[in-house]
Design a protein around this ligand. Structure first.
Ligand code: NAG
Ligand code: NAG
Ligand code: NAG
Ligand code: NAG
Ligand code: NAG
Ligand code: NAG
Ligand code: NAG
Ligand code: CU
Length: 595
């Protein structure tokens, strides 16, 4: 963040390395009844020799704590965290309905990847499929100076062909909760995903980390089939069959509800993630509030709420105080409702949260909701990052989103950015073109240049009122967090004084995914502090497949100097080309919106 007094010094920070994950607390603590730190004093103060623990979650190690500006400073632990992820074809039945899936290490969701803040992750991805490429994106990870490990086919890599593997290596400069997922076409919708936890400081104390809670809408047809249907459907989005919570749910075909155990008297941290396809997620827990401590990878001033609205790709870290009578409670999850292609068979899916000492550990809960879950496709508002930033007020450049249904039955529908659906050639990713010295890109690559170093880049994404289908979109930017300056539905940006005045510039929320409201606009700002090729797109896989994407080529002249593995990219692209030729029998010009 600008305006902070920190200076970037990667690798020179002296800090005892944290070789183990922070231990879970088992000692009794009154912190479990800690009252809400509303309007807490978040003024930075020196925290000397402050060690992270259940009662000192704001601390990390040495001088680092939750107020440390993680855009500029992170520990250099020297620790490598190594994982191997094998992508396979499997028949599984997460909700009792058996279907072909594509999964990680034979499990769904895939294994959670964990590291400490400042560790280096080294993850080997092996493609054991027969008929698909793959590639993994580490959602929200900044990939500072490691653009080639961002996992976006056609931009930063060629897909990994069947039988091949790729080692992704990058540093966790941020901390918090996220997920990884395939970025190969719509593949993650068939199951190629898992959680990411980067341990670090937190804005409020807790005893027990319950880990990632992935939630998703779920289709019984393979996602590639649903995608083909969606591609030729000009009237309304596809309707999902169910909602999965932590990879499981009941349905008329069987299945099981997910169960989570609460330890009486303790405060639990739960990391809510919408790993979904087409639906916003609303979540609540009967008779318990959530104390929200982070939004995406950004620690925020804690606030209390009874439910949350979570767009695809977004995360909320919440604390749950197990101070209610010892029994079991429903965890309720719904979709946006009419705004996102509702889900009538699962308008309210349920998981079970059970106190460890509940008298009947097998019984179905009898808990009653305080009210219906809200519907709607919105982002939580008034989130306050504890690492404060003043964003200078400025006029954004406009990016117009359109929707083209001409020749839908033959050519399919398309989403347009400034009149063009994004198309990339997966055999010639932008990063490889740049290494070949190319400065001009195909118009349909939707390249937008970002030149000047370390300045705010302002964009307004506007839904074209006469062409856009009236649906909201979860907008995700790679390589950066963006500041969300405004979100207005049913409105047209014209840059007049009242629109500019209402831009939120005094410590606005900063995150990596935000909702573009229906028939309206979203104003964003991000800092040009990461040379590379960065995708910005709608996170609904059908929509990006239909063209809803663009790429920022940021500080191109500096990209080559910051990338170490250029030869590997060429070799990998050769492997992909060879696979295509042998699999399809021809080296056809495979130009597709395949990200
Ligand atoms: C917990 O709080 C109670 C009431 O404020 C106090 O009497 C007790 O000593 C506290 N226990 C611990 C372990 O801090
Ligand atoms: C998965 O397995 C089925 C059945 O063997 C096969 O038809 C399909 O092509 C495989 N899919 C991929 C992506 O390898
Ligand atoms: C990926 O595999 C699925 C399932 O076998 C198949 O339907 C789809 O056409 C393949 N897509 C691509 C782009 O390889
Ligand atoms: C999710 O399921 C996994 C596997 O059963 C389990 O280990 C984990 O505790 C569950 N997470 C939550 C938050 O319930
Ligand atoms: C839980 O909340 C419901 C609805 O507000 C209320 O009727 C019920 O009494 C509460 N149960 C407990 C155990 O507090
Ligand atoms: C739609 O199809 C017609 C007939 O093939 C063609 O002339 C026209 O250019 C197409 N329009 C678009 C926008 O693709
Ligand atoms: C700015 O534009 C909006 C939308 O057209 C309009 O409602 C508003 O009155 C305008 N404000 C000023 C000060 O012109
Ligand atoms: Cu979309």
């Amino acid at each position: 963040m600008r305006g902070s007094t920190y200076v970037a010094f990667l690798g020179t920070l002296l800090c005892s390395s944290v070789n183990a994950f922070p231990a879970h607390a088992d000692a009794d603590t009154n912190a479990s009844r800690a009252h809400l730190e509303h309007n807490a004093d978040w003024t930075p103060k020196p925290s000397q020799n402050c060690e992270h623990g259940p009662k000192t979650r704001r601390c990390w190690t040495g001088d680092l704590d939750v107020l440390t500006d993680m855009d500029d400073v992170w520990p250099d632990t020297g620790v490598y965290r190594k994982y191997t992820l094998e992508i396979t074809n499997a028949t599984m039945a997460p909700d009792g309905f058996p279907r072909d899936m594509q999964v990680v290490n034979g499990q769904y969701p895939g294994p959670t990847i964990e590291a400490n803040w400042g560790d280096i992750l080294q993850i080997t991805v092996i493609n054991r499929l027969h008929a698909n490429g793959t590639g993994i994106h580490w959602h929200g990870i900044r990939q500072l100076e490691t653009n080639e490990y961002d996992g976006t086919g056609g931009l930063t890599e060629c897909p990994i062909p069947p039988g091949a593997s790729k080692v992704y290596t990058f540093r966790a400069t941020q901390y918090g909760s996220s997920w990884y997922h395939s970025h190969y076409s719509v593949q993650y919708g068939d199951g190629v995903l898992g959680g990411i936890i980067i341990h670090g400081p937190a804005t409020q104390n807790y005893d027990i980390d319950l880990g990632i809670m992935p939630m998703t809408d779920w289709f019984h047809s393979p996602i590639f089939t649903v995608n083909s249907a969606a591609h030729h459907e000009a009237h309304g989005p596809p309707i999902a069959d169910n909602i999965l919570i932590n990879g499981t749910m009941t349905s008329p075909y069987g299945g099981a509800k997910p169960e989570t155990t609460l330890t009486p008297g303790k405060t639990h941290r739960l990391r809510l993630v919408n790993t979904g396809i087409n639906n916003w997620i609303h979540a609540s827990l009967d008779n318990h509030t959530f104390t929200v401590i982070a939004a995406d990878f950004v620690p925020i001033e804690p606030f209390e709420t009874t439910e949350l609205s979570i767009a695809i790709g977004q995360r909320y870290d919440v604390l749950i105080h197990a101070t209610q009578p010892s029994t079991s409670y429903y965890f309720r999850v719904g979709t946006g409702g009419s705004c996102d292609g509702p889900n009538p068979s699962a308008s309210e899916a349920r998981g079970i949260f059970r106190y460890a000492d509940a008298p009947d550990l097998l019984a179905e809960p009898v808990s009653v909701a305080a009210g219906h879950l809200m519907e709607g496709c919105w982002d939580e508002q008034n989130l306050v990052p504890v690492q404060r930033t003043q964003v200078p007020r400025d006029i954004p450049q406009e990016m117009l989103v359109g929707f083209d249904t001409t020749n839908a039955s033959t050519n399919g529908v398309h989403w347009l950015i400034d009149g063009k659906p994004m198309k990339v050639d997966v055999k010639k990713p932008t990063l490889m073109q740049i290494t070949d010295g190319k400065w001009e890109f195909e118009g349909t690559n939707n390249v937008y240049r970002v030149g000047e170093k370390d300045t705010f880049q302002y964009w307004v994404i506007q839904q074209s009122d006469h062409m856009a289908a009236f649906v909201p979109h979860p907008i995700h930017l790679h390589g950066h967090d963006f500041y969300v300056l405004d979100q207005v539905s049913d409105a047209t940006w014209n840059g007049n004084a009242s629109q500019v005045d209402r831009l939120r510039t005094d410590n606005p929320i900063r995150r990596d995914t935000a909702t573009l409201p229906a028939n309206g606009y979203l104003v964003l700002a991000f800092e040009s502090d990461n040379p590379g090729v960065w995708l910005m797109h709608c996170h609904i896989p059908f929509h990006v497949g239909q063209g809803f994407g663009m790429q920022f080529v940021e500080r191109q002249e500096e990209i080559l100097g910051s990338i170490e593995r250029l030869d590997d990219i060429k070799r990998e692209c050769g492997d992909w080309k060879a696979f295509q030729e042998s699999f399809y029998g021809v080296d056809f010009e495979f130009e597709e919106t395949l990200v």
